[in-house]
Design a protein around this ligand. Structure first.
Ligand SMILES: Nc1nc2c(ncn2[C@@H]2O[C@H](COP(=O)(O)OP(=O)(O)O)[C@@H](O)[C@H]2O)c(=O)[nH]1
Ligand SMILES: [Mg+2]
Length: 190
């Protein structure tokens, strides 16, 4: 978080984390589309983000001009150095879960990857603003929500359901993240 109190400006970094192909890029593309913004993608091939995608979004809250820098990580393990670089300085994380039955185990294991990425920054799952998004709810083999929540969840975090490809649940997810970050900012600034 960067604060310029003289100018009344605050900057937050939000990272969309989660396994490869869970819908992270789709989320920020949809967010950008709804706000008329453009996504910068670096080396995207065959729908797989090799580096990251990036978009900035501005909002006004209580007289502060708040800028969100939004990034996605590459989910494949071979790009872990890039992932760690993208995670640097993250204020909040949206953890995008693929609801497909076939990817249940991978999603579950990836929570440990997130935990490790945060640990490298001296942070924990507990003290980081995180929203869990159960994406691809439209899939015929989507794991029922109650079951998915039991298998893949982070204690104490809010969650949403989404069909990112249709834009459903995308803004709701981001707004929850914004709320978490702003509440924390308000607590900090008294
Ligand atoms: N059925 C379905 N497919 C989705 C959904 N969201 C994303 N996808 C598809 O999943 C694939 C991977 O999405 P992408 O956003 O590139 O995933 P990323 O690797 O996490 O960035 C693409 O073919 C998307 O169109 C969804 O809600 N439902
Ligand atoms: Mg991607």
């Amino acid at each position: 978080m960067l604060i310029d109190s003289q100018k009344g400006k605050v900057k937050f970094k939000v990272v969309y984390h989660g396994i490869a192909m869970s819908g992270k890029t789709t989320n920020i593309e949809q967010l950008a589309k709804k706000s008329g913004l453009e996504v910068l993608s670096f080396d995207t091939k065959e729908e797989r983000t090799l580096v990251f995608d990036f978009v900035t979004k501005r909002m006004n809250v209580n007289g502060f001009e708040i800028t969100f820098s939004i990034y996605t990580i590459p989910g494949q393990d071979i790009y872990k150095d890039i992932r760690k670089m993208v995670m640097r300085g993250a204020d909040g994380v949206v953890f995008v879960v693929d609801s497909a039955e076939s990817r249940l185990k991978e999603n579950k294991e990836f929570i440990h990857v997130l935990e490790e990425d945060l640990r490298m920054q001296g942070k924990t799952l507990e003290d980081t603003p995180i929203v869990v998004q159960y994406n691809k709810r439209d899939l015929p083999d989507a794991v029922p929500l109650e079951e998915l929540k039991k298998e893949v969840s982070i204690p104490g975090k809010k969650f949403t359901e989404a069909v990112a490809v249709r834009g459903e649940g995308v803004e709701e997810t981001f707004n929850l993240m914004v709320e978490e970050l702003i509440n924390r900012f308000k607590r900090m600034t008294g």
